[in-house]
Design a protein around this ligand. Structure first.
Ligand SMILES: Cc1ncc(COP(=O)(O)O)c(C=O)c1O
Length: 410
């Protein structure tokens, strides 16, 4: 048998899916597994999008232009130019938008267009590990800066500056964050942007959870996360990663896009896009319809996640030894558990435990850190289940921790 590449053999496994064989075994034993490990929303896809799929009626499903349909890019530009989405900014034009196969391909193209083999990206750990997966694919290294629960996982600009090395070409950060749920303020983006400009590196801001921001005491009104597109002076340096997956509860549509005002960077990404020919045709039509989702429907979705977050955070804090910051956005949180090895505990829940035939699957957080032996007692929880089921998951977690403690004491 021929050998596969070293790159393939050494590719990192996703911490989100790593425990799947144990979940499969649990199911085979007849145990129901609640999935809190993966960001697959359970809410229905927005109605205009579903209607567009139903009404799609053509004789030939053809390729679209490599950069995406012109009318979709125009509609996206109008979306960004709505002051409720991005405040105080120079207009985004359709030729700054490249439609991709999910936000994932936008990340791949962006890292490929900003970094050469041997270069590095800076990420803020715990981080969305596919940044590392794509970097690995491109022989690009990952330099982490560590963020902390005690600071609400915010990303201080000074720590970004300290992490940038001689081979760093781009800083890649999400807001709102996966896996932390942290939302960067406009001032944070300005400060990080300044660091990137001074050091001559790109700033890639992954804004796929832009709409999922929850009111706070300081900001009680519904709002969206600040965008790097609204920060002046970043035209050459900034790239936005975007996607319909989470915003419209349509992960399977596989439509995302990048936005950059840097024409050279855009041209490089377009060449990669031409090599893969076309983003999905049918799904772009549906994604364009999604932009017409009525505001109250979008708000209802965010309110649903907000209620879930409150239920989950309150319930976790009632379990002895469990703590977590309150995430301001997205639908994830990082929780500290009273165990030394959260991965072993997650395996225990799937392999050795059930509460009346039910158990939960969570993602051990050590896989979200590039620094070895970090986050060992943490898990990432995705609140992608309704409140009633989340309450049941909390019962299972509480009972699981007690059983694990008893077992460890033996
Ligand atoms: C932070 C972040 N960026 C990008 C993506 C990619 O999403 P997609 O390729 O479905 O657009 C995800 C998916 O979970 C994500 O959490």
């Amino acid at each position: 048998m021929p050998n596969i590449s070293r790159r393939g053999a050494s590719a990192p496994a996703s911490p989100i899916r790593r425990l799947t064989p144990f979940a499969d075994q649990a199911r085979a034993r007849g145990v129901h597994v609640f999935h809190l490990n993966i960001g697959q929303p359970d809410l229905p896809t927005v109605a205009p999008m579903l209607a567009a799929y139903r009404n799609f009626d053509v004789a030939t499903v053809a390729y679209s232009p490599s950069q995406g349909f012109a009318d979709y890019r125009e509609a996206l530009a109008s979306y960004y130019n709505n002051p409720a989405i991005i405040r105080d900014q120079a207009a985004v034009t359709p030729d700054q938008i490249l439609v991709t196969v999910g936000g994932s391909e936008a990340l791949l193209f962006t890292i490929a267009a900003t970094c050469d083999p041997g270069d590095e990206i800076v990420v803020a750990e715990p981080y969305y590990t596919n940044y590392g997966g794509f970097a690995h694919l491109l022989n690009v290294g990952v330099r982490p800066l560590t963020t902390h629960a005690s600071e609400g996982f915010t990303i201080p600009a000074q720590r970004v500056a300290d992490a940038i090395g001689p081979r760093t070409r781009a800083v890649v950060i999400p807001t709102p964050g996966n896996p932390t749920g942290a939302v960067l303020r406009y001032d944070d983006l300005v400060a990080i942007g300044e660091v990137c400009r001074e050091r001559g590196v790109f700033l890639v801001v992954d804004e796929v959870y832009r709409e999922f921001v929850y009111p706070t005491a300081q900001n009680p009104e519904p709002t969206v996360a600040a965008s790097i597109l609204g920060v002046p002076g970043m035209a050459d340096h900034a790239v936005v990663i975007d996607s319909v997956s989470k915003r419209y509860s349509a992960c399977g549509a596989r439509v995302g896009n990048l936005v950059t005002r840097n024409p050279e960077l855009y041209a490089a990404c377009l060449k990669f896009a031409q090599a893969r020919l076309s983003p999905p045709t049918v799904d772009q039509v549906a994604a364009m319809a999604a932009l017409k989702t009525p505001e109250p429907d979008m708000r209802a979705m965010v309110e649903e996640y907000h209620r879930r977050r409150d239920t989950l955070v309150a319930g976790l804090r009632e379990i002895p030894g469990v703590s977590c910051p309150t995430p301001d956005g997205a639908f994830y949180l990082i929780a500290d558990l009273p165990v030394t090895d959260a991965e072993a505990f997650c395996v225990f829940l799937l392999r050795d435990f059930d509460l009346d035939g039910e158990t939960v699957m969570m993602a051990p957080a050590n896989g979200f850190y590039a620094t070895p032996n970090t986050g060992q007692n943490q898990v990432r929880i995705a609140y992608v289940l309704g409140e009633q089921r989340l309450r049941r998951c909390l019962e299972i977690l509480r009972a699981g921790l007690a059983a694990y403690e008893t077992r460890s004491a033996k």
